[in-house]
Write a protein that binds this ligand. Structure first.
Ligand code: BES
Ligand code: MN
Ligand code: ZN
Length: 505
């Protein structure tokens, strides 16, 4: 799905632009906020004569501080009749600041025809670097213009069709904008899948979408239907899916560049709806469970953009897909199931279903895919959300270098991860009297650290490989529009995983 907003490079200066909204950045760098006029075609003095008052007075009048995303607008005549001018806070011009500024400008521009901003005024002091600055700005603007609607008639102002990045050497704009657009597009793809209601989105539907997405991106795609899953020993995916009339699937998508530097397997939780199973969730907790396939959507978004971004690592995406439903054929608490690697699990809670389907997929990766590294993404536990809230993802890892690389990619993306400990003492809470493992913690001594228990469970299926687990139950969805985020699925961790996968030379 192409964005409703397109970012163009336009030659010349703001004076030449036919935009109906023109933005002038306000930086906070020095002691006082100041308008950034580089590349506008006007010196600060010349611009002042065009404004209703000198820019410093306007900044004082509107009490602007220059903080990222802050705006004030007023009409001006820049030589082509009245247009609207926005003073746009860009802070110190860090990538985070520019994402926020791009997002604010896109939100402000709803209902307008064309926005223009001078590229040099955004990248002025060079601290962030020309390309990183422009790609962050594009990323923010596009993500903020994301919408999802199934209304029969669209209401409200429409996203602005065009944002012009104006520059003399507009050729230098195209590449960073392309990169920012690829990151935003991958995220929007994930958001669309997450926001699709589960009436439409069952495992077969999501497998079909994965096939389309993978084929379009030039990947090798393989789909397991329920018969094949059963035959090949994916006992956990089968057990979770058996309560639904809409049977489970698994999809593998392979990105294979020439002379790859290593092989990463990404595993994404794909529960297309989580009722909790027989241990059914209360209404409020079930409400947003169409988003319980966010991990798989993130993996699909990521693999869809690897070629476009020139990743040098081989990546295999694995998405186990099932609907955790309630029926006479649903798995029961106390059932013992056999996972792909032969280990048995006592299902003590049917609502701890994510770790079950993930276990099968991870065991498959270990046994069949010759992976160097496994990273999984899952809306796994309410406990992770309770611990870190909606702004930060929980990161667990058996490998310090991997954990630090992912955390760094998170910081660079504005998708923060916080590393949590895999406390060895807690491991025995997963012991079961009848099976190799229980799917929830059984000891009360440790105070039930739910996110850690789930992570320790998954670690049992990582085969000793360097492994990281992202629990995105908190930041995976949003209750309202805010900056880059639009209410609903966020696609959190898509951009950080792409940054991580493309950072390795
Ligand atoms: N999908 C949920 C986790 C979740 C909760 C995601 C809130 C997003 C927001 C998961 O399958 C689940 O139900 N986990 C249980 C585990 C418990 C039964 C051990 C939980 O977190 O309560
Ligand atoms: Mn659940
Ligand atoms: Zn779940």
């Amino acid at each position: 799905m192409p964005f409703a907003t397109e970012i163009h490079s336009a030659p010349g200066t703001l004076a030449d632009s036919a935009a109906d909204l023109v933005a002038i950045p306000v930086r906070t760098d020095g002691d006082r906020p100041a308008a950034a006029t580089a590349g506008t075609g006007w010196s600060p003095e010349a611009l002042d004569t065009r404004l209703p008052a000198p820019s410093a007075d306007l900044i004082a009048h509107y009490e602007l501080t220059g903080k990222p995303g802050e705006t004030a607008t007023f009409p001006v005549d820049l030589g082509r009749g009245l247009v609207r001018l926005a003073l746009l806070g860009i802070g110190a011009g860090t990538p985070d600041d520019l994402r926020a500024a791009g997002a604010a400008l896109a939100r402000l521009a709803k209902g307008r025809e064309r926005v223009a901003i001078a590229t040099p005024s955004l990248v002025q002091d060079g601290r962030t670097g020309h390309d990183a600055a422009l790609s962050a700005f594009a990323e923010g603007a596009l993500l903020a213009s994301y919408t999802f609607s199934m209304k029969s008639a669209q209401k409200g102002p429409r996203p602005v069709p065009a944002i012009d990045l104006v520059a003399d050497d507009d050729g230098a704009v195209a590449e960073p904008v392309r990169r920012g657009t690829a990151l935003a597009r991958a995220t929007a793809l994930a958001r669309d899948l997450i926001n699709t209601p589960s009436l439409e989105k069952d495992p077969a539907w999501l497998a079909g979408r994965a096939e389309e997405i993978g084929t379009e991106a030039g990947l090798d795609v393989e789909v397991w239907d329920e018969a094949r899953l059963e035959r090949e020993g994916f006992g956990a995916i089968i057990a979770v899916g058996q309560g639904s009339v809409r049977p489970p699937r698994m999809v593998k998508l392979a990105y294979r560049p020439e002379n790859p530097t290593s092989h990463v397997v990404l595993v994404g939780k794909g529960i297309t709806f989580d009722t909790g199973g027989l241990q059914i969730k209360p209404t409020d907790n079930m409400m947003l469970m169409k988003t319980d396939m966010s991990g798989s959507a993130v993996v699909l978004g990521v693999v869809s953009a690897l070629a476009e971004l020139g990743a040098r690592v081989s990546v295999t995406g694995l998405i186990p897909l099932a609907e955790n439903s309630v029926s006479g054929s649903a798995q029961r608490p106390s059932d013992v199931i056999t996972t792909y690697n032969g280990r048995t699990v006592e299902v003590l809670n049917t609502d701890a279903e994510g770790r079950l389907v993930m276990a099968d997929a991870m065991a498959y990766a270990v046994a069949e895919l010759d992976a160097d590294t496994i990273v999984d993404v899952a809306t796994l536990t309410g406990a992770a959300k309770l611990a870190l809230g909606t702004q930060t993802g929980a990161l667990f890892s058996t490998d310090d270098a991997l954990a630090e690389a992912l955390a760094a990619a998170g910081r660079a993306s504005g998708e923060e991860l916080w590393r949590m400990p895999l406390v060895e003492e807690y491991r025995d809470t997963l012991d079961s009297p009848v099976a190799d493992l229980a799917n929830i913690g059984t000891k009360t001594d440790y105070g039930h650290p739910g996110a850690t228990e789930a992570a320790l469970f998954l670690r049992e299926f990582a085969g000793g490989l360097p492994w990281a687990h992202l629990d995105i139950a908190g930041p995976g969805r949003a209750t309202g529009d805010d900056g880059l985020i639009t209410k609903g699925g966020t696609g959190f961790s898509t951009r950080l995983l792409l940054r991580w996968l493309t950072a390795t030379p």
